[in-house]
Ligand binder design. Structure first.
Ligand SMILES: *Cc1c(COP(=O)(O)O)cnc(C)c1O
Length: 363
């Protein structure tokens, strides 16, 4: 007899081990290409000396630094073991069995997983033109809806929600339903039409903004993210669903060091470089005939479709890139996501793409 497990687990995507291809350029996980800043690395070393001790389970110093950065109360801030953990905690904090969690699709892979594991029903609202369709999302709200994820820039399609559309959406959603504004890539946004969620905290009591140290701040391996909740009661509820000691001291210290003005300046310079490279990559791919939406993130999106339209055969394109030593992230059926790396890495990807224009011109 096999062990009795929750049936819902069988519906989750099977675990696929990360591809490890020696010497390949890895543009598959939206990480920063550069290691931590030297002084951050130094603090990591200092903190590691105390690894025999438990961390501060409430991340008090980091919480206060974030409250100061955003000029809100420390009671509105919650630190988590990566913002993906906060996504899961938000499901646990809001949804009982059978309640609905709404999100656009395709979007962040974690949303359906944390919904299902939490016992909730994930409701996927299709994107339109690779963008969140907020009208359809508002129309999909039912009396079972407890949580809504809005991902902007959207992973993996790289598109954003315009500020005016977001406000119109928030005006329509009942104020007792929690809306998560997942802004993991906010630092890479240059489109002036985008409104950052932190500026809306005074206006909508049901929102929580999720940010992370994993992308622009280059600390993906240390697992630190945070939420800015309009209502301190929601921040408290998220804290209640956290595993004890979930955020390591090394992570807390590295995040704090990265928030120091000089560190932030250097990190945002790196972000500026990524933004420049993003423009170059989009231009070059488009001049090869590929069709891509404008990106406001640290990755670009090649949608799948009829080859003659400049859209790709995702599986063939990803395999072709891998043969040429570049690992990208295919979502077969939808498209391929390619993280922006160093200029040299990007050149290698662009050559791989240039050799595969047949993926779009022939089928
Ligand atoms: C990367 C990412 C996150 C953050 O992940 P953590 O490393 O857990 O902080 C959150 N949301 C989206 C959409 C992401 O792409």
């Amino acid at each position: 007899m096999s062990v009795r497990l929750r049936p819902v687990l069988a519906s989750l995507p099977a675990y696929v081990p990360g591809r490890s291809v020696p010497d390949a350029v890895k543009l598959a996980s939206n990480e920063t290409a550069y290691g931590p800043l030297p002084h951050v690395l130094q603090r990591i070393g200092d903190a590691a000396v105390q690894a025999n001790r438990y961390p501060d389970t409430n991340s008090v110093e980091l919480t206060e630094a974030l409250a100061e950065k955003y000029r809100i109360g420390a009671g509105n801030v919650v630190v988590g073991c990566g913002s993906v953990s906060l996504c899961q905690q938000l499901v646990l904090a809001t949804a009982d069995a059978g309640d609905e969690v709404l999100f656009g699709w395709r979007s962040f892979e974690a949303y359906p997983i944390v919904s299902a594991v939490g016992g909730a029903v994930g409701v996927r609202v299709p994107l339109v033109d690779e963008r969140y369709d907020l009208d359809a999302m508002a129309a999909a709200v039912t009396d079972r809806t407890r949580l809504i994820f809005v991902c902007s820039p959207n992973n993996p399609t790289s598109t954003v929600v315009a500020g005016a559309d977001l406000v119109a959406f928030l005006d329509r959603v009942p104020s007792d339903i929690v809306v998560v504004l997942d802004e993991a890539y906010a630092e890479f946004v240059r489109d002036p039409a985008v409104l950052h969620g932190a500026t809306l905290l005074d206006r909508y009591s049901n929102i929580i903004v999720l940010r992370t140290f994993s992308k622009a701040y280059g600390l993906a391996g240390l697992r630190v993210g945070y939420g800015l909740a309009a209502d301190p009661a929601l921040a408290t509820a998220v804290r209640q669903t956290q595993n004890a000691f979930a955020v390591t001291q090394v992570g807390q210290v590295a995040a704090l060091a990265s928030l120091e003005p000089e560190a932030e300046r250097q990190l945002m310079e790196r972000v500026d470089e990524v933004v420049l490279e993003r423009g170059r990559i989009l231009d070059e791919l488009r001049s090869m005939g590929f069709r891509l939406p404008d990106s406001q993130a640290n990755f670009v999106w090649l949608a799948e479709g009829e080859a003659a339209d400049g859209l790709i055969d995702t599986a063939a394109f990803a395999a072709g890139c891998e043969e040429r030593g570049v690992i990208i992230r295919p979502f077969v059926g939808d498209g391929a996501r390619v993280t922006i790396g160093t200029a040299a890495e990007n050149d290698k990807f662009l050559s791989a793409a240039a050799e595969q224009t047949s993926v779009r011109t022939a089928s």
